[in-house]
Design a protein around this ligand. Structure first.
Ligand code: NAP
Ligand code: F7E
Length: 326
């Protein structure tokens, strides 16, 4: 019999790539969408026609219990979250409710519907839990043993989600794993994130639809990979004999300026400065200066390694936006 998986956050970037992967592997895929009339529902029905959509909300435990009863999943991937770091400063309490307490709601829904021993659970933890401050980053990058120091309401909420997942593993014997994923991007990335904001603006500048782009801090550095590679790692975590924590990262870090250089190069522009204005509205009250990840454990135990490199990622995103905007 084919396996069944429930994905929360199906309408997000990772939800798309994970659904594609699990469908190819023969899973029956269920996806949680929120809202009485989510404008993305029609789009998801078209792009992921095999997904069985369930209306539920991470803040409503009874709706999650119903989702578990409907899907009877072998695996639950908890990808839903208020996921934008900047937005989390503006709506910190909503962020706690969804990104933090929402994880508890999902775990309780599994436990109270009798799934503690039968359902495998994946929690979308994040490199934002490390915070990228001072000298708490090892030279080879953050790993599963590195200390946490979150720098935003989002990071703090995710740290709660991370530890409550470990607590449910230790308390109730649940197969519950956390993927500590560093930034991963794609043409499906939301426009509010810096990589897609840049790739889309560069495409529009090429096509004469836009004159410049407004950005915040250009000096922050991130370990950017391709989302398609990372969902493969999530799946591998749930195929292990034992649950655990795993860092997924590329082991390389680049600044926003590097991303601008590579993106504008795609449209034949070597000096991007005339096309970029800085706007303090995009600065954050506390910044994560540098993130670099060390995924040696995932390489060793999961046989996982990123395939797409930085140049390929930028190229794919810019070319996809040129096509979409043409
Ligand atoms: P994303 O594109 O922002 O998707 C998040 C999804 O969560 C959205 O589809 C959203 O629904 C849904 N959602 C928000 N509030 C909800 C609620 N109350 N109930 C149910 N669903 C709700 O995020 P992503 O990039 O795919 O990332 C997936 C997960 O990995 C997130 O938890 C994120 O925090 C985490 N993560 C991401 C990265 C990364 O670099 N991408 C790195 C580490 C960890 P709507 O579509 O209706 O808004
Ligand atoms: O910012 C700087 C900004 O919003 C990256 C989420 O998926 O990855 C993501 O969080 C950097 C920051 O991603 C703009 O200050 C400059 O230093 O693309 P971002 P993020 O904050 O790294 C982690 C791993 C997650 O878990 C999150 O869910 O870019 N930056 N100017 C800007 N950022 C944005 N968004 N917009 C700007 O105009």
């Amino acid at each position: 019999m084919s396996k069944s998986a429930l994905i929360t956050g199906i309408a997000g970037q990772d939800g798309f790539y994970l659904a594609e992967l699990l469908n190819k592997k023969g899973y029956k895929v269920f996806g949680v969408m929120r809202g009485q009339s989510n404008p993305k529902t029609e789009e998801i029905k078209k792009s992921l026609p095999y997904v069985n959509i369930i209306e539920a909300d991470l803040t409503d435990q009874s709706s999650l219990s119903r989702a578990i009863e409907v899907a009877t999943p072998d695996e639950v991937y908890n990808l839903a979250a208020v996921s934008h770091v900047g937005y989390s400063f503006k709506n910190p309490q909503l962020t706690v409710d969804v990104t933090g307490k929402g994880v508890l709601n999902m775990l309780e829904a599994i436990r109270l519907t009798g799934g503690s021993k039968s359902v495998k659970f994946y929690q979308a933890s994040t490199s934002e839990m490390y915070g990228g401050v001072g000298d708490n980053m090892p030279k080879t990058g953050y790993n599963e043993e590195s200390p946490f120091h979150p720098r935003s309401p989002y990071g703090v909420a995710k740290l709660y989600g991370h530890w409550i997942t470990i607590n449910y593993r230790e308390s109730y014997g649940m197969f519950a794993s956390c993927g500590i994923l560093f930034n991963h991007e794609s043409p499906k990335r939301g426009m509010e994130f810096v990589t897609r904001k840049i790739s889309n603006a560069v495409a529009r500048i090429k096509l004469g639809k836009q004159d410049y782009i407004e950005l915040g801090n250009l000096d922050a550095k991130r370990d950017w990979g391709f989302a398609g590679d990372y969902v493969e790692g999530m799946w591998r975590m749930l195929q292990q004999d034992k649950p655990g924590e795993f860092v997924l990262a590329t082991g390389e870090t680049y600044s926003i300026k590097d991303f601008l250089t590579a993106s504008f190069k795609e449209i034949g522009i070597t000096d991007w400065k005339p096309y970029v204005k800085q706007n303090s509205a995009f600065m954050r009250p506390a910044e994560v200066n540098i993130l670099l990840g060390d995924s040696s454990k995932a390489e060793r135990e999961l046989g996982w390694k990123r395939k797409v490199d930085f140049e390929q990622l930028v190229k794919t995103m810019v070319q996809s936006d040129i096509e979409a905007e043409s």
